[in-house]
Structures are given as structure tokens and as C-alpha cells.
Ligand binder design. Structure first.
Ligand SMILES: [Cu+2]
Length: 669
């Protein structure tokens, strides 16, 4: 019975885990607050047994949608805000995508066996992992535990729609004060078949990921952690884009010092130093001569492109008890370098040209966050947040400066001070009901691409983008209303929100450019295009019908508008949701789910060029059967009806997978 509830509530708990510090009054007063951050341990392991990928898992967060460009790691967007408008971190550490065509969103470096939980601060009531106009998204990875145990789990899976093979596993070893965790994943996929048995060419990929973790307890309340992640993907076909990934390599290394209950005041103090680098190479060598000669952008030439980012940082967070109140304090500093260049190789003449897209853009950023949580009375909890970041950027490459001189003059650096505040009030209406309101004022400096990107092609609007060093910060004024109802076998959660955005940043046609006749593209310069407004709602329920059956439902809707153009913003989520009916016995879990979205006619025509997206319903059947203590099988059919569909977040209307039959074998020793 206990297990049932756990599995039924998995998606709910995952969300619950993300609502950070929504501490009930009792917990708030007690010592339990110390362990709250580490509380959602058992949940993830079970989640992994029913769902197959990080993408599947993220879909169960009601604020998240996924932008797809290939049958490969999708980009997570929160309430329609993409990675440019989110602070995306792994264990609080910064990482920046190396591909200027967004082939390597941060989510591509996370594997399901590494992921413990995802924290989303869509209402901006938490700023400890940075903050942007769309909030923050932090991935918490699995860590070793000190339990004097040795355990191996191997998980092999095949699935039909893309002749996909995935081998993954983890080894946990712990002895005395020492623990280690090693996990790996190897993936291989051929071309995938979309709905109605439609084969999508050039859509295969391969990927490997290894994560090594060690933990050492030097005393009862002091831990030292060392973490290394290696990720490599190769030959990733992008049917929706004009190029494919040749290879991407990511290395990430960090050391963490964790201290708990140092004295009556300092409840926890975590410090981290980290380094990561990403190297990305893409080209169009696999495309046919016919495609190269006839495509609308830069026909007749190959365009291999290189991209690298390198980030190093320091992060220290602590939680203090001040009287009866909690004070959270974070200090963060990081440096990031981004470089990207391309060659243009004429097919007919063999002549070559060279261009730098990101001219070794160096970013320094320093931030201080303070959160103050106080219990006003028996039923009212107030959280006040403030965060200041100072960001400075400059273009180091002389070549890049010279190329862009006609646009930027001698303006090759900018500095921004970001001031962010939010207040969150939580009201316990009764034993079973809670309400909360969050007001926030958040701003973000333009990204390095928006400031200093040069000739960056966007296939969605067939335009070439140029950065603008003189952009104003984008500001957002938000209100978020939340309501929770929880009974023994029923939970309801509601969110209503409105974001008013000032100085929205987007590319606008640059009239100053004389378009060469052979160019079918328009040139767009990043500009502040006025104000925008986003209104939305999210609702979720879970209901334990009886000891065997459970129901889970999620629904969301958003309406967005650029006030300048009187049209929707790009990637506005339509009315969409998920319904799960699950059955559970001691050895078996089965989940029937329906994912659906209505037609999206609120589209962007000026900021981006979108078309209306038809609605869809797809059905999935996923199962997990425990044969004995050692062996578990996982099997199911996704998109049972073989529906041909794509979401509003699909680039160039690339369809999703068709009927997909999968079988996995999990062996745990
Ligand atoms: Cu790329």
C-alpha cells in the first residue's frame, strides 16, 4: 500500500519537491527543517522504473514544456520561457550551451540515472540558484550515501520506433566514512519512425555519459564530495535544422564541502568550486549535394561550425537560524568564455571563407542572495528574497571586433547590475488547505548571444541575427497565486500567474542592412521591442481511488501577448495536460496515460514566424513488473494509436515518435 501511494504520487511528489521551502508551519518550527533539502530520496528511484528518459520525467512537471529539434535531448522551457530567460543550473552550478543553434540545451547533459529531482522556481519565490525573468531551473543529481552497502544495478532497454538501445547502470559502494557512486549510460538510436509509420531520415544519434561521485565524511557533520561528469554525443541528426552534430564533448568537475548543524545558528553551509567545458562541432557534410545547392540559406557551401564554452565558478550557500526565523544566504561568482566560428566551403570552387560568431566573449558574474523566512503568526509564513548580480562582458577576439565594427562601433563590452526582489506569503487556511501569493520584480541582463552574437541563423524565421551591445535589461513584474487542498487520498494544486514584461528582447528586422540579392534571409538585430504580458494557470490533482487504482491529472493554459505587435509570444503553451490511471499490486505497476494539447492559434508572426499547431491526444501504456528481488522488467507502448503529431514547441513541425514498443530489463545485485 505504501509503495502504491509512492508510485501514484511520484509526479506529484516531484512537483512537491520542487516547491522549495513550502514548509508547513509545524516543520518550520521543528528541527526537521534541516533535512528538508535532502528529503526526496526514495521517490526518484521509483520514478525511473516507470519512465524512460529525462524528457518523460520533465513532462510531469506542470510548468515545463519541451522544445524539440531532433530525436535527441529537448530544451526544457518553463511557462513558455526558454533557456535565455531561465537560470538553468546543475546542483547550483552554471553551465552554458556551446551550440549557437541550441543543439545542446543543458538538459542534454543530464541522464535519468543521474537525476534525483528538478527544482523549478517559476513563481520566483526562490533565487538561490540565480534568477531570470522566467525563474530558475535547477537539476539535483544523485549522490552517494554512507550506508556500508554495495549495490549494482544494470538496466538495458530496447525500443522500436527508433531501433533504440540504451544500456545504463550504477554502482554504489560505501565503507566506513567513504562512499562512491558510479553511473553510466550508453544510447544508440537509428532513424525514427513518426506516427502513421512515417520514417524520418537523418534522425539517428549516439550518446555516452559517465558520472563519478565520491563522498567522504571527515566528521559527523562535515562531508567532502568530488564529482565528475563526462558526456559525449556523436552523429546526431537534426532533420529540423540545416546541420547535424558531429560531436559534442562535455567535462564537468566539482568539489563540494558540506557542513551541517555547525552550531545553534548555522544549520547548514555548503561550498562548491567547479569547472566545466563543452566543445561542440556541427556540420552539413551528411546532407546531399542537392540539398546544399538548393537550400534557402547560404546555398552551395558547407558550413562546419565549432562552438565552445568554458565555465568556472564558486558557490557558497548557508542557512541560519536567527531567533525563530530562517536566513538563507548565497554568494556566487563565475567566469564564462564562449567562442564559436564557422567556415564556408564552396562546393563548386573549393574556395573558403571564415567567420566568428562568438568572439571569445568573456563574462564575469558575481551575485549575492538573501532569503528571510519568518512566521508572522500561527498560520502565516512570510518569505522575503533579494538578489543582486553584477555581470560584465567583453569580446576578446580582435578578428570578431573587426568584423562587427560596422554594427557595434568600438562598443565591445557591457556591464549590468541586476536587482531582483520577491515576497511570498503562505497562508494555512485550515488543516487541509493552503494558499500563497508571490509578488516579484525580476530583471535579466541580455545574454552573451543577444549582446555579441554575430550572424546567427534561426531556421524558424529564416533570419540571421546580430547582437546588440546596447540593449536594456528585460524586466518582469509578476504575481503568482497558489492554492493547495490535501485530504488523505486526494490532492489538488492550483496556480494562477501574470507576468508583465518590460523591454522584451527579440530580433527585429534591421533596416540598416543592405541585403545582398543572393540572400533570401532578413537580418535581425536584437532590440528591446516594448512590453509583453503573460497570463496562465496550472492545475493538478491526484486521487487514490482505492488501494489498487489511482488517478493523476494535470492541466495548464497560457495566454501571452506582445503589446507592441498585438500577437502571442513565441512558444506559448496551448491548453494541454496529462491524465494517468495507474494500477498497482505488490510486484506490478501499470500506468495508462493520455497526453493531450488543444490547437494553438495564438502564434507569433513578427517576433518569430510560427504556424498554428493542431491539437492531439496520444495514449501510453507503461509497466513495471518485479519478477523477483533481483530482476525487474519494464515494458510498454508509447503513442499506442500511432498518431502523427507535433507539439507547438517543435522546430519546423518535426513530428514526435510514432508507436514505440519498449522492453527493459533491470538487474539489481
Ligand atoms: Cu550545433
Amino acid at each position: 500500500m505504501k509503495k502504491l501511494i509512492l508510485i501514484l504520487l511520484l509526479p506529484y511528489l516531484l512537483i512537491a519537491a520542487t516547491e522549495k521551502d513550502s514548509i508547513s508551519n509545524i516543520e518550520y518550527k521543528s528541527d526537521e527543517i534541516i533535512v528538508i533539502d535532502d528529503d526526496f530520496n526514495a521517490v526518484q528511484k521509483n520514478m525511473n522504473t516507470v519512465l524512460n528518459s529525462v524528457d518523460d520525467l520533465l513532462k510531469y512537471n506542470n510548468s515545463i514544456d519541451l522544445i524539440t529539434r531532433a530525436n535527441f535531448a529537448s530544451e526544457a522551457i518553463v511557462r513558455g520561457y526558454d533557456q535565455n530567460r531561465l537560470s538553468v543550473t546543475i546542483d547550483g552550478m552554471r553551465m552554458f550551451s556551446a551550440c549557437i543553434d541550441k543543439m545542446d540545451p543543458i538538459t542534454s547533459y543530464i541522464e535519468v540515472e543521474n537525476l534525483k529531482a528538478s527544482e523549478v522556481s517559476a513563481d520566483k519565490s526562490d533565487m538561490s540558484h540565480g534568477i531570470s525573468v522566467g525563474g530558475s531551473l535547477n537539476f539535483i543529481t544523485n549522490k552517494p550515501t554512507i550506508n556500508n552497502d554495495f549495490r549494482i544495478v544494470l538496466d538495458n532497454q530496447i525500443s522500436s520506433a527508433s531501433e533504440y538501445y540504451n544500456s545504463k547502470g550504477r554502482v554504489d559502494y560505501s565503507s566506513g566514512n567513504f562512499a562512491t557512486l558510479i553511473s553510466y549510460s550508453v544510447k544508440n538510436a537509428g532513424n525514427f519512425t513518426a506516427g502513421n509509420s512515417t520514417l524520418i531520415g537523418n534522425s539517428s544519434f549516439s550518446k555516452e555519459n559517465v558520472k563519478l561521485n565520491t563522498l567522504y565524511n571527515s566528521s559527523t557533520n562535515i562531508t567532502h564530495g568530488l564529482e565528475y561528469i563526462y558526456d559525449h554525443s556523436a552523429d546526431v541528426g537534426y532533420p529540423a535544422l540545416i546541420m547535424d552534430t558531429r560531436s559534442t564533448e562535455m567535462n564537468m568537475l566539482s568539489y563540494q564541502l558540506g557542513m551541517k548543524n555547525i552550531n545553534d545558528v548555522i544549520l547548514s553551509w555548503d561550498t562548491r568550486v567547479y569547472y566545466n567545458s563543452i566543445s561542440h562541432l556541427m556540420d552539413d557534410y551528411d546532407r546531399s549535394d542537392e540539398e546544399i545547392m538548393n537550400r534557402s540559406v547560404m546555398p552551395g557551401m558547407y558550413m562546419p561550425m565549432d562552438g565552445t564554452t568554458e565555465t568556472m565558478g564558486f558557490l557558497t550557500k548557508n542557512k541560519l537560524l536567527v531567533g525563530d526565523d530562517i536566513l538563507k544566504f548565497t554568494l556566487e561568482v563565475f567566469r564564462m568564455n564562449a567562442f564559436s566560428d564557422m567556415k564556408m566551403e564552396m562546393l563548386e570552387t573549393g574556395r573558403e571563407m571564415y567567420l566568428i560568431n562568438l568572439g571569445d566573449i568573456e563574462t564575469y558574474s558575481g551575485g549575492i542572495y538573501t532569503g528571510y523566512f519568518t512566521q508572522l503568526n500561527e498560520s502565516l509564513l512570510l518569505k522575503l528574497n533579494g538578489r543582486i548580480d553584477y555581470i560584465t562582458r567583453k569580446v576578446n577576439s580582435e578578428f570578431a571586433r573587426a568584423t562587427a565594427e560596422s554594427y557595434w562601433g568600438d562598443n565591445y563590452s557591457n556591464n549590468n547590475l541586476q536587482l531582483n526582489t520577491s515576497a511570498n506569503l503562505q497562508l494555512e487556511i485550515s488543516e487541509s488547505q493552503n494558499a500563497n501569493i508571490t509578488l516579484s520584480r525580476v530583471e535579466r541582463a541580455p545574454t552573451h548571444l543577444e549582446s555579441f552574437g554575430f550572424y546567427i541563423y534561426n531556421i524558424a524565421d529564416n533570419s540571421i541575427y546580430i547582437g546588440n551591445p546596447e540593449l536594456n535589461k528585460e524586466k518582469s513584474y509578476s504575481v503568482n497565486l497558489g492554492y493547495d487542498y490535501h485530504a488523505e487520498n486526494f490532492n489538488l494544486k492550483l496556480n494562477l500567474y501574470n507576468d508583465y514584461i518590460v523591454d522584451y528582447i527579440a530580433g527585429l528586422n534591421d533596416d540598416g542592412v543592405e541585403v545582398v540579392e543572393t540572400f533570401a534571409q532578413s537580418f535581425k538585430l536584437f532590440q528591446n521591442i516594448g512590453n509583453a504580458n503573460i497570463t496562465g494557470m496550472e492545475a493538478s490533482i491526484d486521487y487514490n481511488i482505492n488501494s489498487s487504482f489511482g488517478l493523476l491529472g494535470k492541466l495548464k493554459y497560457q495566454y501571452s501577448q506582445s503589446l507592441t505587435y498585438n500577437e502571442a509570444l513565441p512558444f506559448t503553451p496551448p491548453l494541454s495536460g496529462i491524465i494517468n490511471l495507474s494500477y498497482n499490486s505488490e510486484d506490478y505497476t501499470g500506468v495508462m496515460s493520455a497526453e493531450f494539447a488543444s490547437r494553438q492559434n495564438n502564434i507569433s508572426k513578427n517576433i518569430n514566424i510560427e504556424d498554428s499547431t493542431p491539437g492531439y491526444v496520444i495514449l501510453n501504456w507503461r509497466n513495471n513488473y518485479k519478477i523477483n528481488e533481483t530482476v525487474t522488467v519494464r515494458f510498454g507502448i508509447e503513442n499506442i494509436l500511432d498518431k502523427y503529431y507535433y507539439t507547438h514547441f517543435s522546430i519546423n513541425n518535426l513530428p514526435n515518435l510514432g508507436r514505440n514498443i519498449y522492453l527493459g530489463l533491470v538487474v539489481g545485485l
